[in-house]
Design a protein around this ligand. Structure first.
Ligand SMILES: NC(=O)c1ccc[n+]([C@@H]2O[C@H](COP(=O)([O-])OP(=O)(O)OC[C@H]3O[C@@H](n4cnc5c(N)ncnc54)[C@H](O)[C@@H]3O)[C@@H](O)[C@H]2O)c1
Length: 353
């Protein structure tokens, strides 16, 4: 798909990125700092975070790049991250929160499917650990919960416009989630990771509707396929040998499109190797340049997610559409009142009242 955006719309935005010391988080930070955003990276890895921050500052010549130590699994740490970020933001608000921190603890996944403890006879059998769920799900829920508190308080921001077709620069209220192909398909043997990323997708599917209605916050998700980064461990690389991987720059491009376009709301982009849709078979082929069809490393998914599937969804959607309509009329009435009282307000400006 074509991703049209105006990079100038990123300038001046305050963007928080969890897990910003490496991989996608660091690459997002570098790209958006170069475009003039205030970037606040949070990560559990302090030395890597401070190093990346210094590097981004130097390369972008942007001094509004900061690092705050953050453990997303700790509520207190997350609260501190958001509070400190507000203090560092030049305009005192937050425009975009990227819930990016994520892990895949492979030994833990193996242990889950192959219980080694004698649960019958062990006098005090330990519970299994779920670090992957702690970071990828509880951590993301903490981040999103705080984002839903702080984003509507962003000074000068307004409710996101779900029906707008043009992007606008300036203040924003945006949550960007990092899903995965594991949000859409099972990664066999990687059960906790798959469960966590399905959970992140569930979060997106709920909030893409209620976020704009309740808090004027737009919610989007990027779901990368296996991408060439430190996240990809040796066994997975071995299994995928000979097949193309996704490229980090395509993940950055998809995320940048969503950050720059304030009219993007409820969008879900999948990134992967360069593929094209074979129009005759409807299948995706690895790009080899020999056949026609649409090509590219970024696709939209969940386009028809909101087609009514059951009575509950149908009625909820009815309520949402009604709320949008009412909000439209309220907005019109507000503008009309402003227009009618304008001559009076002109005569007695607020400062002289
Ligand atoms: N790389 C891929 O192939 C791929 C594919 C699909 C989805 N993803 C998702 O993209 C996101 C970023 O992945 P990446 O490839 O950049 O990974 P990465 O390992 O390169 O970076 C993840 C960062 O998160 C940090 N982190 C880990 N635990 C944390 C915690 N408790 N608190 C704060 N920070 C913590 C790490 O220190 C690291 O800097 C993850 O959510 C991941 O699941 C990655």
């Amino acid at each position: 798909m074509d991703l049209n955006y105006d990079e100038a719309h990123i300038k001046g935005k305050t963007i928080l990125i969890t897990g910003g010391a490496a991989g996608f988080g660091a690459a997002f930070g570098a790209r958006w700092a170069a475009a003039g955003a205030t970037v606040i990276l949070g990560d559990i890895n302090t030395s890597a975070g401070e190093k990346v921050t210094a590097q981004i500052r130097e390369e972008s010549q942007n001094q509004n790049v900061h690092f705050i130590q953050l453990d997303v699994t700790s509520w207190a740490s997350q609260v501190n991250f958001f509070r400190e970020a507000v203090g560092l933001s030049p305009h005192g608000g937050i425009d975009t929160v990227v819930a990016n921190a994520g892990i895949n603890d492979v030994p833990e996944a193996n242990a889950f499917e192959n219980p080694k403890v004698d649960y019958m006879n062990d006098p005090s059998p330990p519970a299994p650990t779920f670090k992957t769920l702690d970071v990828n799900l509880t951590g993301v829920m903490y981040t999103v919960h705080l984002a839903l508190f702080f984003l509507p308080k962003n000074p000068g921001s307004t409710n996101c416009k779900t029906e707008s077709t043009t992007s606008e620069p300036g203040r924003d209220r945006h949550i960007l989630l990092l899903g995965s192909v594991a949000s859409l398909h099972p990664l066999m043997t990687q059960t906790p990771y798959t469960v966590s990323k399905h959970g992140v997708l569930g979060l997106y599917r709920c909030l893409r509707i209620s976020g704009p209605v309740n808090a004027g916050v737009r919610v989007n998700i990027v779901c990368p396929y296996y991408t060439d980064s430190q996240f990809m461990q040796a066994p997975v690389r071995t299994l995928l040998a000979g097949t193309p991987l996704g490229q980090p720059e395509d993940v950055v491009e998809a995320a940048t499109y969503l950050v720059a376009n304030s009219s993007c709301s409820g969008r879900s982009l999948v990134t992967g190797p360069k593929l094209k849709l074979n129009p005759s078979t409807g299948e995706l082929d690895v790009l080899d340049g020999s056949k026609g069809g649409q090509e590219g490393p970024i696709w939209e998914c969940y386009l028809h997610d909101m087609d009514p599937a059951d009575i509950f969804t149908q009625r909820m959607l009815g309520l949402v559409h009604a709320a949008i309509k009412v909000r439209g009329w309220v907005g019109w009435a507000y503008d009309m009142a402003g227009a009618l009282t304008w001559p009076i307000r002109q005569r007695w400006p607020r400062s002289s009242r």
